[in-house]
Design a protein around this ligand. Structure first.
Ligand code: SME
Length: 174
């Protein structure tokens, strides 16, 4: 089994360098997840790979639509996150409701943002939607650097979320 990234990409990396890192991470995730049927094992491994690959990912984790109308925290790395987020609240709730990625360059200017950590400056949240349109949850990444995420992050994280949602399309997001 290949190891996680041993050099973490800095926030100063340009779009091309970020794309290369996402390609590497996607390969490692593919190798780890092939044949894996346990959803929690898969989500935990994705979190570990992302946290190891990107130095500007200060909190990485999943919220699962484990109950109607409520996101419940899943595997994550970083300080403790909110345990539950109603769909009507927060950047995570907005991503779940709209099924669109939410990229927030400055959380202090975002009225919807729920501050789980006072050090967070920017955030990106990507929904996990199965090929037949079912929402499983969201992937949330927070950075202590303002404006940390760009188009390459959005596309890379969306590809990872789509891959997970396809692999676990029959999963109840418990
Ligand atoms: N900031 C998120 C809440 C989750 S924590 O950041 C881990 C939000 O506004 O939904």
């Amino acid at each position: 089994m290949s190891e996680s990234a041993n050099v973490r990409l800095p926030v100063s990396a340009d779009a091309h360098e970020r794309e290369r890192s996402y390609a590497d991470v996607a390969l490692r995730i593919g190798g780890l997840l092939d044949g894996e049927t346990d959803w929690i094992a898969a989500l935990s491994s994705v979190v570990a790979e992302l946290k190891a690959a990107f130095a500007y990912f200060d909190w990485v984790g999943f919220y699962r639509l484990a109950e109607p109308g409520c996101l419940v925290v899943g595997p994550y790395q970083g300080g403790h996150g909110c345990l539950r987020i109603p769909l009507g609240r927060g950047v995570c709730g907005a991503a779940a409701r709209t099924r669109q990625t939410q990229l927030v360059p400055d959380v202090t200017a975002c009225v919807d943002h729920i501050a789980c950590s006072s050090s967070t400056r920017s955030e990106i949240v990507v929904p996990l939607v199965t090929p037949n349109g079912r929402l499983l949850g969201v992937l949330d990444v927070d950075s202590d650097t303002a404006d940390a995420f760009d188009r390459a992050d959005q596309e890379g994280l969306e590809a990872i979320a789509a891959d997970l949602a396809r692999r676990f399309q029959d999963q109840h997001p418990l």
